[in-house]
Design a protein. Structure first.
Length: 169
């Protein structure tokens, strides 16, 4: 198996594990975390930063074997597939953005309602109930809007939030 195919398969394993906590945006967050061809363990840490605290340990445990296999020399086991990943179980909790940062949610609701009307506010409030981090919220909203300028602004905010978390940790 080529190194590229092996990496792709390992990233897919990370995506499956992350999806248990992050939902469908997991693939986008894994792609973003891996965009600079960082080592798999670094990608894993970047994605873990996007998972709420309750699920983070489960995600890291579920993907530990992937990181270990990626770190092992390719020559030791050149044809084997990466170990199967058991996705981390989603952890219920009060950590959604609508509860943790109501001021942000209100500001976004106001901003999107000015640009999109009442549908913008509804979109923000529904997304905030489903997202556990600001980054997740920005990415979910960017995926839901059709205005390219607004989509770019939201994705920029997501990237800025990821950068600020990486700098703080």
């Amino acid at each position: 198996m080529s190194a590229d195919a092996d990496r792709k398969q390992r990233l897919e394993g990370l995506t499956r594990a992350a999806a248990a906590s992050l939902g469908p945006i997991a693939s986008l967050l894994v792609d973003q975390a891996a965009a600079d061809d960082a080592p798999l363990d670094e990608v894993r840490r970047r994605v873990a930063a996007q998972v709420d605290e309750d699920a983070r340990a489960a995600f890291l445990q579920a993907t530990k074997s992937l990181a270990a296999a990626a770190a092992a020399p390719a020559a030791a086991n050149p044809v084997s597939k990466p170990p199967a990943v058991t996705p981390a179980a989603p952890q219920p909790g009060p950590g959604t953005v609508d509860r943790s940062d109501p001021q942000l949610v209100q500001a976004l609701a106001n901003e999107l309602s000015k640009r999109m009307g009442a549908a913008g506010e509804t979109l923000v409030r529904e997304a905030a109930r489903r997202c556990r981090t600001k980054t997740q919220l920005y990415v979910r909203l960017a995926g839901a809007v059709t205005d390219p300028e607004l989509k770019a602004v939201l994705m920029h905010r997501a990237a800025t939030d990821i950068s600020s978390r990486a700098g703080a940790g």
